[in-house]
Write a protein that binds this ligand. Structure first.
Ligand SMILES: O=P(O)(O)OC[C@H]1O[C@](O)(CO)[C@@H](O)[C@@H]1O
Length: 447
């Protein structure tokens, strides 16, 4: 089986090859700390050996639940969750789905999301849609206390019970949450929902290969075994005994840290296939929450090319020189479209006649990389042979492992997110949540 590849020669105008390879020992040490659980945040390292420890029983269970829900002829599967409790599933499902699945329909349920925002319009419009659809639901929250999904689920739970009756609704709701803590665990146990446990040692942003991601991906009709197999193979390929020269995760972590040391403060994840848009959103949470702390960290940004070359391209080419790019490139598209010859050639495009659209896309990709490097933006390339479950599984684990290594190199704990509490505290104070009386007084005095 082929593997995803990492190319970073287009960073050597900015950082030296020697400096990058000079990280070999550091990366080995950090990789050992991840595997031996001796580094910061070592109570959140359940993801390190997760792929190889997913059992046949677990996979069969997710598949059976997905089948049982599909058997109800559901048109929609509503996934209620936010952050790591939604982005992984969204990333994989979008990457594998027909671009127009929402309009074309098909025999597999579409996945829609809720609880990933607090927009009243969004919730109203979703509830209107659900009135006329057959659907089921997963409510996913590791802590079981996150406001956004809890609020959405309060509304949607009532709707599904009104539509199907309490008993049938019960068989259409799956909860994914912590084993014992949190309001969602209590609710799921009291109501008797089918439920899955997110283990304590796996943080939300590292949870896509748990039921948090796998259930929805299976309901959407994709092959979770191939996804997990890709991750298993990448777990092996980035193990402690794999030398730096062969360890893609260690190399990626080294290059981005060396670029950061040399003033490249923003990393832009680039794709040339809009199906990868949410892979970048997932990656932004993974790296942003893991590294952005203690006044440090590369800012993770993303663009969809070539679309954004016509909006953000100017800035990337000539704006502040604090950027570097990591391009995700898919070697072969799934479909073939050739450009026809036009005898009149009024549009002047006959120089492209008989070429595949992907050839034009690839030349845009190559031309852009060269232009951006010339403009002072170092470029790395992650190549996926194809956009399928197996290579996505490889890429997910590659990014996770590299993130752990990168965070340790930066000197932070890549597995906590203390900064997220600040907005929550203010929101609760403003909403006068019981227990926040002092904060309410203090914040109101500032308004
Ligand atoms: O799964 P939960 O506990 O609802 O958390 C959702 C998201 O919220 C955060 O905890 C941030 O508040 C993320 O780390 C997490 O992915």
């Amino acid at each position: 089986m082929k593997s995803i590849a990492l190319k970073f020669d287009k960073t050597f105008d900015f950082v030296s090859k020697d400096a990058v390879y000079g990280y070999a020992e550091t990366m080995k040490k950090h990789n050992e700390a991840l595997h031996n659980k001796t580094g910061k945040g070592n109570d959140f390292l359940g993801w390190v050996n997760l792929p190889s420890s997913i059992s046949e029983t677990e996979l069969a269970d997710y598949e059976a639940t997905a089948k049982a829900l599909q058997a109800k002829k559901i048109e929609l599967f509503v996934v209620v969750g936010i952050g790591g409790s939604y982005l992984g599933a969204k990333a994989v499902v979008d990457a594998l789905s027909d671009s127009f699945a929402q309009l074309k329909g098909g025999d597999k349920p579409l996945i829609v999301f809720a609880g990933q925002n607090i927009s009243e319009d969004y919730l109203y419009e979703l509830r209107e849609l659900l009135k006329n659809k057959e659907y089921a639901m997963a409510v996913i929250s590791k802590s079981g206390t996150t406001t956004e999904p809890a609020l959405a689920f309060r509304l949607l739970k009532q709707d599904i019970e009104d539509k199907y009756g309490k008993e049938e609704a019960k068989s259409r709701i799956v909860a994914v949450t912590d084993a014992s803590r949190g309001a969602l665990r209590k609710l799921a146990d009291t109501e008797g929902y089918k439920s899955y446990v997110i283990s304590d040692d796996i943080g939300g942003r590292y949870s896509v290969l748990t039921p948090v991601g796998l259930l929805a991906i299976a309901v959407a009709g994709f092959n979770i075994r191939a996804l997990v197999q890709g991750a298993v193979d990448m777990e092996k390929a980035t193990g402690v005994d794999v030398p730096f020269e062969e360890n893609l995760a260690a190399q990626y972590a080294a290059v981005r840290n060396e670029l950061y040391k040399n003033g490249k403060l923003v990393e832009i994840l680039v794709n040339y296939n809009p199906k990868l848009h949410f892979v970048a959103e997932w990656w932004k949470q993974l790296y942003g929450e893991s590294e952005g702390k203690e006044g440090k960290g590369i800012f993770p940004a993303s663009v969809d090319f070539t679309s954004d070359l016509h909006s953000m391209g100017q800035y990337i080419q000539e704006g502040e020189r604090k950027l570097f790019e990591t391009v995700i490139s898919v070697a072969s598209p799934d479909r073939e479209v050739r450009i026809p010859t036009d005898p009149e050639n009024l549009d002047g495009l006959n120089f492209l006649a008989n070429k595949r659209v992907d050839e034009v896309n690839k030349m845009a990709e190559l031309g852009t990389m060269i232009a951006h490097v010339d403009g002072g933006v170092p470029n790395m390339l992650i190549e996926l042979p194809k956009l399928n479950e197996y290579y996505l599984g490889q890429m997910i684990y590659f990014f996770e492992k590299a993130c752990g290594l990168s965070g340790y190199t930066l000197g932070v704990n890549p597995f906590d997110q203390p900064g997220v509490e600040a907005y929550k505290k203010n929101m609760f104070a403003l909403l006068e949540k019981p227990g926040f009386e002092e904060e309410t007084k203090a914040i109101k005095a500032r308004l």
